[in-house]
Design a protein around this ligand. Sequence first.
Ligand SMILES: [Zn+2]
Length: 115
Amino acid sequence: MPVEGLPDPALHRLCRRCGTWYHLHEGSTDWPPVTGLISFIQVRSGQLLERTERMQFRCRGCFDEQARKSKSGRRSLLIGLIMLALIVATCWWLGVFDELEKMLRQGMQQQRPRR
Ligand SMILES: [Zn+2]
């Protein structure tokens, strides 16, 4: 049940998602959900450095919803990484990097002043 009237920071917490004050036992403090590469890095670095101030309180309803979203976020991150690996592998297989190297060398040779 959301807090009515003036909230007391010692007893209540503001849900970071819906912006409603709740009693401490009506939600939990956890790391923000991973929705992509940037939030993944932020959360992982926060966990490694134990930066608990980055943790956020969320009410139970928002927590459940974000847990679902976080799952799909992690999945899309994984798919993104696999796609990137496939693109790099395909480029390598097609010899794109050799072509790029050739182009870069030619470009550098053209830039050199002729004597
Ligand atoms: Zn909420």
